[in-house]
Design a protein around this ligand. Structure first.
Ligand code: A3P
Length: 311
């Protein structure tokens, strides 16, 4: 569906520079977000049929999102309405023009989501405490995807290493910040542990990237079950195929051909698809970085029974 800009008043558009970063509540964010967008989450109007995909960045957000879209579209990527996920990795980022150097007027993307048709599929990297309280009041469904942190930081480095979205912080600095919990969106450790503790709530599903890789069919079935969308065996197979790494690239090729994927302009083809495997961290970490990471990991994960596969 094409965006209807006449729906937005001049007050919705903001003069804003998307460069740099800021702190909100002691947590660092890049300037693709603004404090008022985070504030707006306190009163954001959640619908009971919303489907939220909540992750720490680079944990499989878009993969999961594609699976959910496919479940709602009987496995058919052609009929997906990408209004609430198009070109955006985060509901509180700015709409596409924010990646265009020449433009200074931006529309916070959550304003588009506010007007989007139901059921909305909404992606956010916000830590749980900043998500709208309406999620639990309305019992909207939340799928939390977690991924082993060594692959998360490796993937993040490939994605934003040495560019503005990553504050030009190169590998060693990024790894240090990640271990200290001071990267954008705060501590990965707190992010995953908080959602793990909420996993038994009936409106929440906690899944892991590594389990999705090991058993894609099981992942599709578990997500469909959680969303109360029973699927035929044929449709499950179709979804597994179309949400595979290869299948998604095919769909995104078509989106690009149709000129719909705006982020492609700024970040190259398939910005959210790089290797798509478990353990690419092994090619990135040195032996001593790995030892240090393991030490920090043991310390920070000592108070949880949440565990990850690292290979
Ligand atoms: P890598 O950089 O390790 O390849 P997010 O969507 O949260 O930004 O996560 C991006 C990561 O998910 C990237 O990891 C990307 O390649 C991977 N990914 C995207 N689509 C996938 C798919 N269909 N199957 C497996 N991994 C996928």
């Amino acid at each position: 569906m094409k965006m209807d800009l006449s729906l937005y008043s001049s007050d919705d558009w903001l003069e804003h520079s998307v460069h740099g970063s800021f702190y909100y509540d002691g947590i660092k964010f890049n300037a693709l977000v603004i404090p008022s967008s985070i504030e707006a989450m306190k009163t954001f109007d959640v619908r009971d049929d919303d489907i939220w995909i909540n992750t720490y960045a680079k944990s499989g957000t878009h993969w999961t999102s594609e699976i959910v879209h496919l479940i709602l579209n009987h496995g058919n990527p052609e009929t997906i309405d990408r209004t609430t996920t198009q070109g955006n990795i985060e509901m509180i980022y700015f709409q596409k023009d924010s990646y265009d150097e020449g433009k200074t007027r931006h529309l916070p993307f959550y304003k588009i989501i506010e007007k989007a048709p139901s059921p909305r599929i909404i992606q956010s990297h916000l830590p749980v405490k900043y998500l709208p309280p309406g999620i639990d009041e309305k019992k909207a469904k939340v799928i939390y995807v977690a991924r082993n942190p060594k692959d998360v930081i490796t993937s993040l480095d490939r994605f934003v290493g040495n560019n503005e979205m990553g504050d030009y912080i190169r590998w060693q600095g990024a790894l240090k910040e990640f271990m200290a919990g001071t990267r954008n969106y705060g501590s990965w450790f707190d992010h995953v542990k908080t959602s793990w503790d909420l996993r038994h709530q009936e409106n929440r599903l906690f899944i892991k990237y590594e389990d999705m890789k090991k058993d894609p069919k099981g992942a599709v079935e578990s997500i469909a079950g959680f969303l109360e969308r029973p699927l035929s065996e044929d449709t499950v197979q179709k979804i597994v195929k179309n949400s595979s790494f290869k299948g998604m690239k095919k769909s995104f090729d078509k989106i690009e051909e149709a000129g719909k994927e705006e982020l492609v302009k700024a970040m190259g083809k398939y910005p959210y698809m790089s290797k798509g495997v478990v353990a690419s961290w092994k090619k990135r970490f040195t032996v001593s970085e790995n030892e240090e990471f393991d030490r920090v990991y043991q310390e920070k994960m000592a108070d949880t029974d949440l565990r990850f596969d690292f290979e």
